[in-house]
Design a binder for this molecule. Structure first.
Ligand SMILES: *[C@@H]1O[C@H](CO)[C@@H](O)[C@H](O)[C@H]1NC(C)=O
Ligand SMILES: *[C@@H]1O[C@H](CO)[C@@H](O)[C@H](O)[C@H]1NC(C)=O
Ligand SMILES: *[C@@H]1O[C@H](CO)[C@@H](O)[C@H](O)[C@H]1NC(C)=O
Ligand SMILES: *[C@@H]1O[C@H](CO)[C@@H](O)[C@H](O)[C@H]1NC(C)=O
Ligand SMILES: *[C@@H]1O[C@H](CO)[C@@H](O)[C@H](O)[C@H]1NC(C)=O
Ligand SMILES: *[C@@H]1O[C@H](CO)[C@@H](O)[C@H](O)[C@H]1NC(C)=O
Length: 444
């Protein structure tokens, strides 16, 4: 029984892809010059087959339910059009499906500016990270490379792979284990350390401190509107929403005794005198701090738990946890809740294509974590001191940024396609990156 569902999903994928493979040439469109993309035809072992192992890694999670709707996951409720229980690790499927909607596809690799590899790299990494192949983690990717070398090798060779790109829906850290030092590895595969893949462009959810071939793109949120009517109605709901809470933290952690920023936030939030402070004030808030406990992953596929409170808050705190980046950053932007960052690695030095670095001051607040943890700076005091007019301006800017970090639904209406979303910006950035890379190495 357990395997029937993935089988059905896989089958519907295959049928769908078959239809698309046969229609892979788009209409000739002058807008397409310098942005033709060829989707490399890979054997199903590199993508579809991996979906059927969705329940094989209990240490990770049973992600079978989240494969539906081409990786958007099940709808949050029966009548929902824009809201899904999206697992961000399904970005490889989501991206692949959106790639098939891309208006400038070509079946001729020599006419393409870039070659997309529909390889579900992070899903394939699970057998190394959590499964039986742990001890050969440095081999992750070699089968793919071998395929590229032995089938139509001209496609790779003509530009030594400099024009190839793929998506890895996990932090780059998970693929950065140096080859050959630890066997078994401490953590991660060596995909990004293999010289075989140095030339390609990789889109990840988080990049390393000194990224090389990778670029971070936004974590998918649960909001995937299919047309402008649903998009606009959400935006007006976000605008109308009464923000009665000053700041919110949705997450887990912070319960250890050692000093860290999550712990400081928790202490500030739990302090009973905190919420007493507003009784007399004219702040307009009925609550200064709200803590949405997302421990044990309970919020992961349940966006209602955190979206409702986010809609009611002016600021959403984004302290680093196990990794500096958080999906919550993008949830908060979708909710019109101004993100508060505690280190640059959380977003500013990551998502440069989607959230331009020079605009962070306009849509986010930065509070150095050292000041909070070691110098007793209170987050509350910083945020309370920002004038209401300024808060409103920042929220407007958050809403201006919102389409840039959302992944709209595949097959969405023409009008909504005119709004550049996270996928469009990622593809644009990739084409640009490949173009300058080719120039650097003296190729065309
Ligand atoms: C959603 O729809 C399905 C099938 O139409 C039905 O079985 C289910 O009870 C519905 N769920 C809710 C929460 O309405
Ligand atoms: C990996 O190797 C270690 C020792 O080298 C061994 O104890 C362990 O069982 C191996 N793990 C797997 C999954 O094969
Ligand atoms: C990467 O590109 C360089 C030239 O830019 C080339 O010499 C090298 O062979 C390429 N690597 C692979 C694995 O194709
Ligand atoms: C806050 O108040 C609750 C009950 O109102 C109490 O249980 C808790 O100990 C208090 N916390 C602090 C830090 O004073
Ligand atoms: C709680 O708040 C009061 C008043 O704002 C402050 O003096 C006190 O240090 C805070 N306590 C903690 C544990 O943060
Ligand atoms: C509120 O204001 C009154 C008088 O201005 C003062 O006596 C009281 O201590 C204040 N309460 C709080 C919780 O700050």
């Amino acid at each position: 029984m357990a395997t029937t569902k993935p089988m059905i999903i896989t089958l519907s994928f295959i049928i769908f892809f078959f239809i698309l493979l046969n229609s892979q040439r788009s209409d000739l469109n002058p807008d397409c010059s310098n942005r033709w993309i060829h989707i490399r035809n890979l054997p199903t072992q590199f993508n579809l087959d991996l979906l059927s192992s969705c329940s094989h890694f209990p240490l990770f999670t049973d992600f079978c339910p989240y494969l539906t709707n081409h990786g958007l996951g099940p709808k949050t409720h029966n009548h929902s059009h824009s809201w899904f229980r999206t697992d961000p690790f399904m970005l490889e499927l989501i991206f692949h499906r959106r790639m098939l909607d891309y208006p400038c596809l070509t079946s001729d690799p020599s006419a393409a500016s870039a070659v997309f590899l529909p390889y579900y790299a992070a899903l394939d990494s699970l057998r190394f990270l959590y499964g039986p192949d742990l001890n050969s983690s440095s081999h992750h990717g070699l089968t793919l490379f071998q395929f590229l070398q032995t089938h139509h090798s001209k496609i790779w060779d003509s530009r030594h792979g400099h024009d190839h790109f793929l998506v890895m829906a996990r932090p780059a850290w998970d693929f950065s284990q140096p080859i050959s030092i630890h066997q078994p590895p401490i953590w991660g595969t060596s995909f990004l350390e293999l010289p075989e893949f140095y030339n390609i462009t990789v889109l990840t959810l988080e990049s390393r401190t000194w990224p090389w071939q990778e670029q971070a793109v936004p974590y998918p949120t649960s909001f995937h509107p299919p047309n402008t009517a649903f998009f606009d109605s959400w935006v007006s709901r976000v605008r109308r929403s009464r923000r009665t809470t000053l700041m919110l933290f949705a997450g887990g952690g912070g319960i250890s005794a050692s000093p860290n920023v999550r712990r400081s936030i928790r202490l500030e939030c739990d302090n009973n005198s905190t919420n007493l402070r507003i009784r007399n004030g004219s702040s307009g808030y009925s609550k200064l701090c709200e803590f949405v406990d997302c421990s044990y992953g309970i919020c992961e596929h349940d966006p209602i738990r955190f979206m409702r409170p986010m809609l009611k808050s002016s600021f959403c705190l984004q302290p680093p946890g196990d990794t500096p980046t958080r999906r919550s950053t993008f949830d908060s932007i979708v909710a019109g809740c101004i993100p508060v960052f505690f280190e640059d690695q959380s977003a500013k030095s990551q998502y440069g294509w989607h959230l331009p670095e020079e605009q962070y001051g306009e849509f986010s607040v930065f509070i150095p974590k050292e000041d909070v943890v070691f110098k007793g700076l209170r987050v509350l005091d910083v945020l309370m001191s920002i004038p209401r007019g300024e808060v409103r301006r920042m929220r407007d800017k958050v809403l201006e940024m919102m389409p840039r970090v959302m992944y709209r639904k595949h097959g969405s209406s023409l009008a909504l396609k005119n709004k550049k979303d996270a996928f469009d910006i990622a593809v644009e950035g990739t084409l640009q990156r490949i173009k300058s890379r080719l120039k650097e190495v003296g190729m065309k």
